[in-house]
Design a protein around this ligand. Structure first.
Ligand code: ADP
Length: 246
């Protein structure tokens, strides 16, 4: 759908006051669900998302078990109170699609061959949504997988970029997602320099596509720093505070 009103003002500020290169504020807390093997809570702007990991554990039903590797199962779910209009608690087509792309974006980062015949379950529960919930959910899930001690090749960091008022902007919010020209969610493994998810909703010229992808990767690298800090805070929190005091 073509854009009907300007979303960037004369001072270069977006609907939420950010510049085109600015991420929303991000906060990650690790190990917030006691009964899970690993967990993380992410606040990505107004998005509030909980990720919990269970496993590696026995597979039920048993016929789903793979002799040479572990299976990864992901469930992305938006709670009924997460949006302005009540959302049905039953899984929608959108949630089924996001659960699938979430699994595909996390799988390359995990050494699933280390846990044959087992399963790892990842639950991503959106408590409040504000655009970009799949990216925030993937970033939280990857931190939760690290918290669960799963053998990993890299962390997966995710961030969207897009087109608003014919400009390429970082980290699309809900209004920009609905009214802007394009939304490109990207998941990326920063150490391996590999993309594990690339979706595009909208239209871009080949130049805009390249610029948008570069911007999304820049955003992923910023998210990566926050993921790393959150994990360090949980596992070396006291030592970090002592070092800062010295
Ligand atoms: P993402 O959250 O990854 O950007 P979408 O682009 O599909 O995924 O959705 C954009 C935003 O639209 C969501 O973050 C949410 O704020 C809103 N949204 C999605 N589904 C619903 C729904 N069923 N009811 C109301 N708002 C919704």
């Amino acid at each position: 759908m073509p854009q009907t009103r300007n979303l960037i003002d004369e001072y270069g500020k977006r609907t939420d006051g950010r510049t085109i290169d600015e991420l929303r504020p991000i906060k990650i807390n690790v190990g917030v669900v006691k009964n899970a093997d690993g967990s993380a809570f992410i606040e990505f702007g107004k998005n509030k998302i909980l990720a919990a990991v269970y496993g590696p554990r026995e597979v039920h039903p048993k016929h789903m078990a793979q002799p040479d590797r572990c299976i990864l199962r992901c469930r992305y779910h938006m709670s009924p109170f997460s949006t302005d209009t009540r959302k049905s608690p039953a899984p929608s087509r959108r949630e089924i699609e996001i659960s699938k792309v979430m699994r595909e974006s996390l799988e390359p980062s995990l050494m699933l061959e280390d846990y044959p015949r087992a399963a790892i379950d990842v639950f991503v529960e959106v408590l409040q949504a504000d655009g970009g919930s799949r990216c925030a959910g993937i970033s939280a899930a990857s931190v939760a997988l690290a918290d669960a001690g799963i053998n990993m090749r890299d962390i997966v960091s995710a961030c969207a970029a897009g087109k608003v008022d014919e400009k390429i902007v970082l980290d699309i919010n809900d209004t920009e997602d609905k009214e802007g020209g394009a939304d490109m969610p990207v998941a990326y493994m920063p150490r391996l320099d590999q993309i594990t998810l690339l979706q595009l909703d909208g239209t871009l010229t080949p130049e805009q596509f390249n610029k948008c992808l570069d911007k999304a990767i820049e955003g992923c690298k910023m998210v990566y720093q926050i993921q790393k800090q959150a994990l360090m805070q949980k596992y070396f929190g006291n030592e970090l505070e002592l070092k800062e005091e010295q």
